[in-house]
Write a protein of this length. Sequence first.
Length: 331
Amino acid sequence: MDNKLIVSLSPHIHTADTTSRTMWHVVIALIPAFIMAVVTFGLPALWVTLISLGTCLLTEWVINRFMLHRPFTLSNGSAFITGLLLAFNLPSILPWWMVIIGGVVAIGIGKMSFGGLGCNIWNPALVGRVFLLLSFPAAMTTWPTDVPSAFSAADASADAWSGATMLHQLKWAGHTVDVSEVNFLDMTIGHMNGSLGEVGGIAILIGLAYLLIMRVVTWHIPVSMLASAALFSWIFGGNPLLDIFAGGMLLGAAFMATDYVTSPMTHKGQLIYGAMIGLITMIIRRFGAYPEGVSFAILLMNSFTPLINIYCRPSVFGARERKAMERRAAQ
């Protein structure tokens, strides 16, 4: 008879959750944003997504099969999520071969070079995105010209910048940030330019709500990141609501900063981590060379996650009681 007794230290936590189940919950949460991207950009958004997914899945299979000689791991859904998130960080008109390069870098360098799922230091999708941005800056900042602008029609320069993102308009077109110029309802339903995952803030918030309800993520990172960004946007003279809904702020807060592997383990650490991402993003947007800064901010704080985990350790079970007993004994 097999011995099924497993001896381990307490505390013991029993749950039906698995890595695969968690990953597929994230995929489900990304569906509204994907639908919004296809509605806004049409078939090009679908092709970019399919190419990114196929490249990420194939790259992971090839590396596992022929280089690491490991069993099949695609069923856990992590490569699928990387492919989706990479696509969500790309323009819909990016050439197909660049999408392939991004997928190979995301999985091959951002994930598998560290040992695979659970071992990577940085978010793989953002590694692929930043690599493409630094290698092909013109292509990564070229957007469709037939996407309606959320700027008011009263703004005479809106048509001239219809092929630019909202953040690009605000940073380089000399706009004064005025709530009256922006139709925030249009922004929430995808009437603005950007990467696939930047449009349709309401769809991203629906996905975040699903993750919170299913307890896949907690509120600490999204809330601290968005609150910090709003606070420093106001301090730097910006429009907090515009900075939250424009660019990749919502996508980053909901799906990329909350990555289990690259974010802190404790709630205190997560609050610090999210707040710093919001601050760094606003510094890059206001004073940096790029109109966007979410990807760089998340990757930078990914690097600080081990340090945050060291200084934000949870208390050892029974440590307080032991210290109290030692004080009483010393008296």
